[in-house]
Design a protein. Structure first.
Length: 453
């Protein structure tokens, strides 16, 4: 089957839609299908889930699959297929470019099912019969994809104890893909619960770490702040998106809602204490509580000491230092009433090591570390945690105007030889906001690709 050239969806997009494809003689009533559906309903109810009953005809089954995928955003779609469903999942993923998880996938079903031509029964309702016709073998051949074009988009879970399919053939077919080879087990993966976490890890769909939390994020309309808002939404938090730019705020709010989260936008200047107090009051009224504050708002106005104006110095201090103070103090009463809360402050490697031409920025980011250390001592006994994240050089709008020669010099200082991504900083914030970091207080987490090594 010749497939058209594809513009492939990005792999870093969060999964919002999952299509499960059952095997031959199986149905949506299969144990694995019901286990996966139950987990999503319990842990990720915002995930759009479908598990259609596939008709016996491969051509008709593939038409059902294509019709379902046509309604979904492919960059946020994953297909999970078991046995014959794994074969269909592979064909669909090759045709559409989405990610796929294959559970003991059939490699050559045209060969294998040619022995099953005739009347068959369903495993989960033996009283129901269907006919597997000889022409269905040719339909399977017509669907069969060639060599995998992008193996990084596949996870194959293969049981060496499969009594129906040859695990060696499966492993060879999916060479270059991520594989989990299981000693023992069986074709139906009766111990699937043990291996399901591998599936979730591959799709970045672990249990939501911030479920039912409310997070207020400043500077959330672009860059690290927007990535943090999306990450928190993906982790189950309700998100208050705060920034100066209304149009950009609305875009991020829509992105968070598309992930199934509650989200509201607030236009606020963190240097205006009255505006900050009003925003915090509005967030509390809307969501009933505030569990996490991410003090991310920040600006730069660089100049050498000899050339830096008082206006430049004051502007950066007002946003990057005074703004952090305003927001932390504004949420404090609410968090103290709750007896819990997390304050996360944006520092920088510049706040640890300094940087040429950034007197104001370095002073502010050093000051944020001082805030963090002091507040962690004051508020820790009251059930609150305060930590800071110190990013290195990250691909955000702040770096857009940097000359290419200087950009290469910056990158050369990083052992990983690249800029960070906003999502990588957002991951650090999500960890520190979660209960996984319950014993981390007063820390400054450097996320810099190893600049300080």
């Amino acid at each position: 089957m010749t497939l058209p050239a594809l513009t492939l969806p990005a792999l870093d997009q969060p999964i919002t839609h999952v299509l499960y494809l059952h095997g031959f003689r199986s149905s949506p009533l299969s144990t694995k299908a019901r286990q996966v559906a139950a987990w999503f309903a319990r842990e990720r109810p915002s995930i759009v889930w479908a598990c259609p009953q596939l008709p016996p005809s491969p051509r008709a089954a593939f038409a059902v699959i294509q019709a379902q995928l046509a309604q979904w955003p492919l960059e946020r779609t994953a297909i999970i297929g078991s046995s014959l469903g794994g074969f269909y999942a592979t064909a669909a993923a090759e045709a559409k470019g989405c990610r796929a998880v294959l559970l003991n996938p059939a490699v050559d079903p045209a060969r294998d099912l040619s022995r099953h031509i005739g009347e068959q029964s369903f495993f989960h309702s033996p009283q129901e019969r269907f006919e597997f016709r000889a022409e269905f073998v040719d339909e399977l051949r017509a669907i069969t994809p060639g060599q995998l074009t992008h193996p990084e988009r596949y996870l194959a879970v293969i049981a060496k104890g499969d009594e129906v399919l040859d695990w060696r053939e499966m492993s060879a077919r999916y060479a270059g893909c991520e594989q989990r080879l299981i000693d023992g087990s069986d074709h139906g993966l009766s111990d699937f619960e043990r291996h399901f976490p591998t599936v979730l890890h591959f799709l970045n769909l672990h249990a939501m770490r911030l479920k039912d939390k409310v997070a207020l994020i400043t500077g959330a309309a672009q860059g690290i702040g927007a990535a943090t808002a999306r990450k928190f939404a993906q982790e189950g938090a309700a998100v208050a998106v705060c920034d100066l730019r209304a149009e950009a705020i609305h875009r991020v709010v829509d992105e968070c809602r598309a992930l199934g989260a509650q989200a509201e936008g607030y236009v606020v200047d963190v240097t205006d204490r009255a505006a900050v107090d009003a925003t915090v009051a509005a967030v509390k009224q809307r969501f009933g509580r505030i569990d996490v504050l991410v003090n991310n708002a920040g600006i730069t106005q660089d100049a050498r000491l000899q050339k830096m104006s008082l206006a430049q110095f004051d502007a950066v201090i007002d946003v990057n230092l005074r703004g952090v103070f305003h927001c932390a103090q504004a949420v404090l009463d609410t968090m103290l009433e709750q007896g819990s809360g997390v304050i996360l402050n944006a520092s920088s490697v510049v706040g640890i090591y300094g940087n040429y031409g950034q007197t104001n920025y370095a002073a502010a980011k050093f000051g944020v570390i001082g805030f963090t250390k002091t507040w962690s001592r004051e508020l820790g006994p009251k059930g609150l945690r305060v930590n800071a994240v110190a990013p290195g050089f990250v691909a955000t709008p702040i770096l857009e105007g940097l000359p290419e020669k200087l950009m290469q010099k910056v990158i050369s200082q990083v052992p990983l030889h690249r800029l960070g991504r906003p999502e990588e900083i957002a991951n650090a914030y999500a960890f520190l906001a979660s209960d996984e970091a319950s014993y981390i207080n007063g820390a400054v987490l450097e996320v810099s690709g190893g600049m300080s090594v």
